[in-house]
Design a protein around this ligand. Structure first.
Ligand code: OXD
Ligand code: MN
Length: 586
């Protein structure tokens, strides 16, 4: 049996000797890495660095087999079949290639309290006031604690499972602004979701022969007791932990299969590790949507906007303007990577390839564009299902035919008199961005789109006006830093407390917020053509507790005022908080 790969791992050719003769079964090459079978993909496609990353983690996690993902449809179909057999997903025959996953009810949101950044010094990660007050802008762990946390959880955690090797690019593969990662995971749900949310598969491995990559390790884990309560959604909520080591571009996530906890390209890479890379390299990795807006005169501008999770970024990014003659096109709904070009123009790419949107509240009325995006090639998670093979969530009441029965996200019969919601408040659709009917023609432009304005906003029921403009960059940075918002179901917070959420990045800072502010302020030295900064609030309530502003398509009126301010129209009044609209100018 010739060893054709050499080095640490080895490939065994399938030319096995049977009765003294060379006999070749027609199964292709039989390969092994560290003695573990590679059931899909070819080890020769792995660069030496990737191979050694994989080998280290085989030694740690002891998977049963290895699958190198190529991102093809064939591979995806196999995963879909496997997930159906395992009971992780069920088909939604009302739509085309759509699936519903129901998680373990203990694994439904990001876990901010269990998310850590690991640096030698605490002050590199979080503001560390002398008076010992514990801040709210991130959690720190020492490298020693991180190593211990990994040892306690990861040794043998993939026994009996497949380790998938997922090569992915954040941003279009050809863009100089993009970055690459390799996620090792034991969850086929994660692989199928990463295929939607990132550019995933063989072309990335080709690029990686030259480039460096962010190392991502993920396991859904198994409880210390060994008892897996819900085999269709294995997880270990008690011991869940999400770790980041910026110095090594490394992410380690254990115990959760859900969203930002497990799709490591998203919050962990594109924001936490991304923001540390951006600081080193002089750019910005932000929790922002990107939209293009064209006015009735045909002039187009791009706007980036930071709102906390579940505050309407997807709705704004896909808005149908109520103002006649306006057109909005979507570049991204959650994350922006932005850099000044050589002419001092800030340019943004959306590093993602799909939308992982909050389902409840999305409807034909509130966001018809999102509704038209999600009915093919989509994985829904924790929404309710209907007896005609479709989905349901709060907000879709008018879209259900009479006589159709509803099963809630936990699999129980549900009626509108039920006392619990049909869909989990943080239930999601995971859908390809390219399907969005108003995806911007430039959404994959390698150089990014030019940004003219940056918006900050949150859910502020009292005391904050509809829109105001910063006087200059420093004032704008102050406005971003002072952002607050009502908590939502995207993370584990209970109740509707108003929380500080500077730059909508509170859960996503990769380093000390003070240093982050310095970095933002330093942008003034990079360009004399900085975008203008605004603050918006669609969520102000009147004395009767009702929203004062209709929101959704009517927000185009606010964008119109912003565009006019970008053209220096005299439609604003200076006030102590900034420039607000002159009476009757909105
Ligand atoms: C998200 C979030 O999933 O911010 O985008 O929680
Ligand atoms: Mn988000």
């Amino acid at each position: 049996m010739p060893d054709i790969a050499g080095t640490n791992g080895y490939i065994l050719s399938n030319e096995i000797t049977k009765n003294g003769k060379n006999w070749t079964p027609n199964v292709g090459f039989y390969q092994q890495l560290r003695g573990i079978s590679v059931v899909s993909g070819n080890i020769r496609d792995l660069s030496p660095k990737i191979k050694s990353f994989v080998e280290q983690n085989i030694d740690l996690c002891h998977p049963e087999r290895i699958h190198i993902c190529d991102g093809t449809e064939k591979e995806n179909n196999q995963l879909i079949q496997l997930m159906q057999q395992q009971g992780t997903i069920v088909p939604l025959p009302k739509y085309q290639n759509c699936w519903l996953a129901r998680t373990n009810p203990a694994d439904t949101a990001r876990v901010e309290s269990k998310t850590f950044i690991c640096t030698d010094e605490r002050s590199e990660t979080i503001p560390t006031p002398k008076n010992g007050i514990k801040g709210t802008l991130g959690n720190w762990m020492s490298p020693k604690q991180m190593d211990e946390a990994i040892k306690e959880r990861f040794i043998g955690c993939m026994r009996g499972r497949t380790m998938y090797i997922v090569p992915f690019s954040m941003g279009p593969i050809t863009s100089p602004l993009s970055k690459i990662g390799i996620e090792l995971t034991d969850s086929p749900y994660v692989v199928a979701s990463m295929r939607i949310m990132t550019r995933m598969g063989a072309p990335v491995l080709q690029k990686l022969q030259k480039d460096d990559f962010v190392k991502c390790l993920h396991s859904v884990g198994a409880p210390a007791s060994g008892f897996i309560e819900n085999p269709s959604w294995p997880c270990d909520p008690e011991r869940t932990i999400i770790l980041h080591k910026p110095q090594n571009n490394e992410i380690v996530s254990y115990g959760s299969g859900y969203g930002g906890n497990s799709l490591l390209g998203k919050k962990c890479f594109a924001l936490r590790i991304g923001s540390t890379i951006a600081k080193r390299e002089g750019w910005l990795a932000e929790h922002m949507l990107i939209l293009g807006i064209t006015n009735p005169q045909g002039e187009k501008k791009y706007i980036a906007a930071a709102f906390p999770s579940a505050c309407g970024k997807t709705n704004l990014a896909m808005m149908t303007p109520s103002l006649p003659g306006y057109k909005v096109e979507c570049v991204g709904d959650d994350i922006a990577w932005m850099r000044f070009d050589k002419n001092g123009q800030l340019r943004a790419i959306n590093p993602e390839n799909g939308f992982f949107g909050v389902a409840p509240g999305t409807s034909t009325k509130s966001n018809p564009i999102a509704m038209n995006t999600v009915y093919k090639n989509t994985i829904f998670t924790n929404v309710a299902s209907t007896s005609d093979g479709g989905v349901f969530w709060e907000g879709m009441e008018d879209e259900i035919q009479p006589g159709v029965a509803i099963t809630d996200w936990k699999g129980q019969k549900w009626t509108k008199d039920s006392s619990t919601p049909a869909a989990h408040p943080n239930s999601r659709f995971c859908t390809p961005a390219s399907q969005c009917p108003i995806i911007d023609p430039e959404w994959e432009a390698p150089e990014g789109v030019p940004i003219s304005a940056i918006l900050f906003g949150g859910r502020r029921p009292v005391g904050v006006p509809l829109v105001y403009e910063a006087r200059d960059w420093q004032h704008g940075v102050f406005i971003g830093a002072a952002m607050r918002s009502e908590s939502t179901a995207a993370a584990e917070h209970k109740g509707k407390v108003i929380m500080h959420d500077p730059f909508a990045m509170r859960p996503f800072f990769g380093y000390n917020f003070g240093h982050y502010l310095k970095h933002w302020l330093s942008m003034e030295t990079r360009s004399s053509n900085l975008p203008k900064i605004f603050h918006v609030n669609w969520f102000r309530k009147g004395t009767e507790g009702k929203f004062l502003w209709p929101g959704f398509g009517e927000n185009s009126r606010v964008l119109d005022w912003i565009l006019r301010r970008l053209d220096y129209e005299d439609c604003g009044v200076d006030t102590p908080i900034g420039i607000i609209p002159r009476k009757d100018s909105v």
